[in-house]
Design a protein around this ligand. Structure first.
Ligand code: FAD
Length: 404
């Protein structure tokens, strides 16, 4: 093994350069530490697809000073239009736009994950106290009295690095969670996401409105919204995990999805005629852990609390984590104390969001007999009150700022 060990007295190591890892690195640096980020991929490729960024997430990006860049590549949808998948009739319209900005001090936006990651990566590269090491897969970590040592595999061999603490932002399949915490791997949620990106000019005009459009049907629902400054539209279908078997084999195409969506209106199925690649993304959730901390090692983002995407809050929670972590590091004398304070502030809220997300999926995908009652209830409540179900999430502010 190549020993590349160096004692770095004020260096905090971060594994994973996703949204949570990059945002954490920026906050850790602002708390006065050096940061070494280790990312297994040799380059940060544009993986993932659309993200809805609610005001709570935008407040974090504003605190980091990158909100203006995000706004330049994002879209602020005027509304979420919830349609019945079978007859294309609108069940309810949830207003977003200026109303959200006035209420929460930040807008509700939609972006491509890769664009957000690129903005955060550039901010990290501009910071002299942050060093990103690509092509380095963190294999293990060991805590010792002076901090932590990690083993990282790269094309040139295995390397040993040391720091005073480790922030594991290595996603839902977290290696560090598996190696350093008494936990099982991620669990299946029974749901798979099918995702595609379509150039805007190919989207039928009546759907090219800048809105978020949802189609609800028993067991399956779909979401469409613009990304990349409206140059593309992101489509996600949330389907049962055995959907690949239903459609015949593992390679999913628009035509096969269309065959399986019996009874869906052409308002949605016309999108499946557009030639594009469909990606299958099994939706996994992190195991429920009582603690995300083992001494000077802490889990953050999806590594700690990956959830289904049905509250559109996974990345937002990773951003909130980063902000609280930075605040705790400034407040406490050591990373170990800061990690403890961090998780005290985060465990309850993220568990509550996870539960809401699971409930949302059930509501969106109610079985046939119950959908008329769901639709009637949605109509009765109306868009504003439906939006307000998540008001407690959106109203959150970074520590030190007052909630609205
Ligand atoms: C279909 C779908 C829709 C979604 N919609 C939304 C939404 O609208 N709004 C929202 O807020 N969230 C949404 N999410 C959730 C969001 O995408 C995730 O919660 C978020 O991207 C997780 O960020 P992360 O940085 O914690 O993890 P990741 O993005 O998984 O990043 C982890 C990083 O760590 C790296 N890594 C992994 N293992 C190692 C290792 N051993 N060593 C070094 N590096 C490693 C990976 O390569 C990766 O770069 C959605 C998710 C899905 C699947």
């Amino acid at each position: 093994m190549e020993s590349n060990s160096h004692i770095a007295r004020r260096t905090i190591l971060v594994s994973g350069a996703g949204i949570a890892g990059l945002a954490s690195a920026l906050y850790i640096s602002r708390a006065g530490y050096r940061v070494e980020i280790f990312e297994q991929s040799p380059s940060l490729d544009p993986i993932g697809s659309g993200l809805q960024l609610s005001p709570n997430a935008m407040h974090v990006l504003s605190e980091l000073g990158v909100d203006w860049q995000v706004k330049s590549i994002a879209t602020a949808p005027p509304a979420i239009i919830v349609n019945n998948a079978s007859n294309a009739k609108t069940i309810v319209e949830i207003p977003l736009g200026q109303e959200v900005t006035s209420n929460y001090g930040q807008p509700y936006l939609v972006v491509h994950r890769a664009d957000l990651q690129e903005i955060l990566k550039t901010a990290c590269q501009d910071d002299h106290d942050i060093h990103i090491r690509l092509g380095m897969k963190v294999r293990d970590a060991v805590a010792h009295p002076n901090g932590v040592s990690i083993l990282a595999d790269s094309a040139s061999g295995t390397h040993n690095y040391r720091g005073i603490a480790l922030v594991a932002a290595d996603g839902v399949h977290s290696t560090i969670r598996g190696e350093c915490f008494e936990s099982k791997g991620p669990r299946s949620t029974g749901t798979t996401a099918l995702r595609a990106l379509i150039p805007s000019q190919e989207i039928p005009k009546e759907l090219r409105t800048g809105n978020i459009v949802m189609w609800l049907s028993p067991n399956i629902h779909a979401v469409l919204y613009p990304v990349r400054a409206q140059r593309y539209y992101n489509i996600v279908l949330s389907v049962p995990e055995n959907f690949a078997e239903i459609v015949g084999d593992s390679k999913i195409t628009g035509a096969k999805i269309s065959d399986a969506l019996k009874g869906w209106s052409s308002q949605f199925t016309q999108l499946l005629n557009i030639k594009t690649d469909w990606n299958t993304w099994p939706l996994m959730a992190a195991p429920n852990l009582k603690s995300w901390q083992e001494g000077c090692i802490v889990l953050i983002g999806d590594a700690a609390h990956a959830m289904t995407p049905h509250a559109a809050q996974g990345a937002a929670m990773g951003l909130e984590d980063a902000s609280v972590l930075g605040w705790a590091l400034k407040k406490e004398k050591s990373p170990e104390l800061a990690f403890n304070l961090f998780q005290k502030h985060r465990l309850q809220r993220t568990n509550k969001v996870r539960r809401l997300s699971a409930t949302n999926r059930i509501i969106y995908q109610l079985p046939m007999g119950l959908t008329p009652f769901r639709n009637a209830a949605m109509k009765l409540l109306g868009g504003k009150r439906l939006f307000n179900r998540q008001d407690w999430i959106y109203r959150w502010r970074p520590p030190g700022q007052t909630e609205r």
